[in-house]
Design a protein around this ligand. Sequence first.
Ligand code: PRP
Ligand code: URA
Ligand code: MG
Length: 218
Amino acid sequence: MSVPVEVDNNVILLPQTKQLIGLYSIIRDRETKRGDFVFYSDRIIRLLVEEGLNQLPVEETIIECHGGHRYKGSRFLGKICGVSIVRAGESMEMGLRDCCRSVRIGKILIQRDEETALPKLFYEKLPEDISERYVFLLDPMLATGGSAMMAVEVLLARGVKMDRIFFLNLLAAPEGIKAFRDRYPDVKIITGGIDEKLDEDKFIVPGLGDFGDRYYCI
Ligand code: PRP
Ligand code: URA
Ligand code: MG
């Protein structure tokens, strides 16, 4: 049974434009080969990064333009970094780098046990000053939510403020969003798609299969 998801300030769903649906139609197709899967996933990732940047706080600034004309603009004053949940989350690093030159990127290696679907933490390496930064947490898939919640736990233990974490995600199951939001109501989830449900193996339905395998291996 599917759980209804409320899209609000902290669960941001990309506008479901014809273009976006077209991109998802390609990556969901089981016949799509790796080259296209990577190319079209990267296009969605870019949109997620742009929306993540759009959510950051800005302050007003006056710009002096040519001829002394003035323009009321805005600028971001804080510092950001990325943190990818290895392996699949690494696919999102380049999209972030393309938008944020020389951005710092940390890694958290979490793997879901193939039998139980429970996450296991193996490794973390994060920027020293991460507690002073806004963090873009990167993982394309949110199924049960176990992996993402474990990663948030690591970030909080390092002193990152909950409302400075932005979880960028390609595809989510309602069950994962609910579990995540109940535990971390102040973390913003930015996703491109919310599917129907999880199957008995805790895979997203209709979903797109194993993202990491399709992006890196098959
Ligand atoms: C996948 C995916 C998420 C996790 C989602 O990773 O990339 O990290 O599963 O599932 P959850 O919400 O139920 O925790 P997986 O551990 O399969 O490894 P991979 O990144 O190497 O593909
Ligand atoms: N991980 C994936 O890659 N796909 C799913 O559907 C669930 C977890
Ligand atoms: Mg993963």
